[in-house]
Design a protein around this ligand. Structure first.
Ligand code: KG4
Ligand code: ZN
Length: 337
């Protein structure tokens, strides 16, 4: 089975074709970062309009790169949520309409479910069950993944997502948008231990997260201290050390509570080198292993949507002609009650 995947939930148009026998055949991405950068964040209306401009040409170029024509595609998967409503609607409407025109089934994919399956696209991938740490711009979640479609939500952020905290702190440090990668580079020049930030919600049991206090702590430190380059780097360092420590502590707890010592991390922040290092160390200590998607599949992409959709279509899941986009779509609704 060959599935076309369409991702348009935020500021990236991602397209890919996944083949159950031969794996990923082609993929392409158009990032809107340059367009939104001047505004310091994603402007939803501009995002929707750009998806409209890009989606069809990108589908054509991916099919061409794979040497395929529409008649070679057996199904279409599109991100139906969570995300920006206007941006989602572009991918949903195009995906559902193409499927109707081509006379093939289509399926709605949950963006975070696709993130947690992304490590399965790699040659070296985990066996089920595993613990998934999902760290993106909009979500921070710990999920027990027994097999595709069989999830237990272990914990999630009560306020800001990890990526959101990265972006807001980076903005306070004047680092532009999206701030994650720039903040990470600045932290590498920082001196560990000059500033000590809290590890939120690690002093009590449980697997939920809270990152908004950390962002406030960074803001207060920035306003209090001198604005010299070394101080800024030291603050970036303190922030990242606190985020990474907090995520590692919760992952350790999740592994201990479930007895599962295979861990994956996915979503934009899983591209972060300090976090990867921290999770590798944890996996070694726990006698387990940690897996990540390749860097370009940590952030939003069409490949994870094509793969997740493929698994659904293979078990006969399809959408009727009427379609939906859900800007808010709790992943717990995927779990049969
Ligand atoms: O998964 P993603 O591409 O989009 C959402 O589904 O939200 O994640 C985007 C987030 C942004 O907050 C971005 O700053 C963060 O991932 N990010 C990083 C890095 N690369 C992307 N954060 C820290 N370090 C990075 N290297
Ligand atoms: Zn994402």
């Amino acid at each position: 089975m060959r599935v076309l995947g369409i991702e348009t939930s935020c500021d990236e148009t991602g397209i890919a074709v996944y083949d159950t026998d031969h794996g990923l055949l082609a993929h392409a991405l158009h990032s809107q970062v340059d367009m939104h950068e001047v505004y310091g964040g994603v402007v939803p209306e501009l995002a929707s309009r750009d998806h409209i401009r890009r989606v069809i040409p990108l589908i054509k170029s991916v099919l061409q790169a794979a040497g395929l024509s529409p008649s070679d595609i057996n199904g279409i998967a599109y991100t139906a949520g969570p995300g920006l409503i206007g941006a989602l609607l572009v991918g949903v409407a195009v995906g559902r309409s193409l499927a109707y025109g081509w006379g093939i089934p289509s399926v709605a994919v949950h963006h975070m479910e696709a993130h947690l399956l992304a490590p399965m696209l790699e040659a070296e991938h985990p066996d089920y069950p595993f613990i998934a740490l999902l760290v993106s711009g909009g979500h921070t979640q710990l999920v027990q993944v027994n097999q595709p479609g069989d999830y237990v939500m272990l914990g999630e952020s009560l306020d800001d997502a990890a990526g959101e905290a990265f972006d807001k702190t980076a903005k306070l440090l004047g680092l532009g948008y999206p701030g994650g990668p720039a903040l990470s580079a600045l932290a590498n020049k920082g001196k560990p231990g000059r500033f000590e930030f809290p590890r939120p919600m690690t002093d009590r049991p449980g697997l939920d997260f809270s990152f908004s206090g950390l962002k406030t702590c960074a803001a207060n430190t920035i306003h209090r201290e001198n604005d010299d380059p070394q101080t800024r780097a030291d603050i970036a360092r303190a922030f990242i050390d606190a985020v990474v420590d907090t995520l590692v502590i919760k992952c350790r707890r999740a592994m201990e509570a479930t007895g599962i010592n295979t861990l994956i991390a996915a979503g934009g922040v899983s591209a972060n080198s300090q976090l990867r290092e921290g999770l590798h160390k944890l996996a070694r200590q726990m006698g387990g292993r940690v897996y990540f998607p390749r860097l370009e599949f940590c952030t939003d992409n069409g490949a994870m949507i094509a793969y997740a959709g493929c698994l659904k279509l293979q078990v006969g899941e399809t959408e009727p002609l009427s379609f939906f986009a859900r800007p808010r779509w709790p992943m717990t609704e995927l779990i049969p009650g």
